[in-house]
Write a new protein. Sequence first.
Length: 470
Amino acid sequence: MRRTVCSGQRENAHMILSNLTRLLRSACCICVVFALFAAPALRGDSLDWKKSQDRVDASIDNWKLTDLLEKIASATGWQVFVEPGTKATVSVKFKNLTSDEALRRMLGNINYARKDTNGISQLYVYRTDAHSATQLVKATKPNEKKKSARLPNELVIQLKRDAKMSSEELAAKLHAKITNRSDKLRLYRLEFEDEAAANAARQMLAGNSDVGAIESNYAVDRPTPSEMTAKSNVLGVNPKVMPEGKEFVGLVDTAVQSQGNLDMYLLPGMSLAGQADLSGDSPMHGTGMFETMLQTMADHPSKVMNFDVYGSGERTSTFEVTQGIIAAVNAGANPINLSLGGAGESELLHQVIKEAYAKGVVFVAAAGNEPTKANTFPAAWPEVLAITAGTRGQIDPYANSGSFVDVIAPGTSFISLNGQTWVMQGTSVSTAFITGLIVNEMNKNHLTPMQAERKIIASPPPGLVITRTR
């Protein structure tokens, strides 16, 4: 049977077809426009944290939670702790949110808590409860050019023993402020209005008969060639020789919190940078190093004396570190643990270490938690045993692998404080691990610190890799 279509039906069919075609074309245009605007979100790879404005922009596509937390730690300067085993993949895009709003968007169903302890902001990320967030997230910035550690508006000046000018007269003459001092060593940390004023003072004092040494001061993070213009051969380094069985370790670090039954191994310490607030419920860096050393001392422990060179600050300088080392050496500490370091090559600090090393003092120092080969001081000096972190002989991804490194050692330690267990990680931990082994060897076999160090290097126990023989 043949169907007949009238002219009106043809017109209606044509109109319907035309409308449908236009609709399909419009739909195609909408799809294309959507794809163009959606694409950047799928390629998101930025996190812009404006701390001073408390505003955050983010365009994130499939980041692992660990990568996100590392970037947050780098951008904010916060200490970030995560509950071990917490995993997630983050994809989000937003602009101009407050930090709390940004955290809620980025962490989704994962819990978090923020708090300030000892003036330091902390972020706890967890699935169960905040006390379970014990693993410290390292703020790594491998693609950043390393900044100079020199403090441009500061100088460290040593007056000679027979100087006619007092430190106050010197500061007044240079229009500077004395921010730290060691009258016994005649060492003074001077702060100037700016870098130009510091440079002018350096030139003014060159050749001054009252001045024994002039040096730049360098930042040392909680982890440049020398600019010494004069040298003093007398730095006040006079190691005290302790009788066998009475030796103790010098811990030049942050302050150490009370550790309950472990306090029997902690001697009364000394602060070179003002008093620290020890009331926090998370372990300070020095606390972690103290307990790590005790763990590897095993059944042959020595006591530890803490020389706090940080006080309440997040970083210190080579001036305070020099003071701390001299105080430790002269008190009789041996070996000395230096789980710290920076890029500044202070000749004054090096001179102190050389003098002490020549008299039998062993120094163990961290190579640094940046995945570079750049020198870190004091670890890079030949008188210091330089320690990096690694597993099964392979250097960990975050750790320094420079040619100055002597030993690869485990970089993870479990610390207890106030009934809570914390995970600490880094070349600082590796350094404390080796210091503890040296003490164990000393006490077990009645060796001097230097003999114990050499025995470990010659016959390393399982888990250690010797990369360079000194």
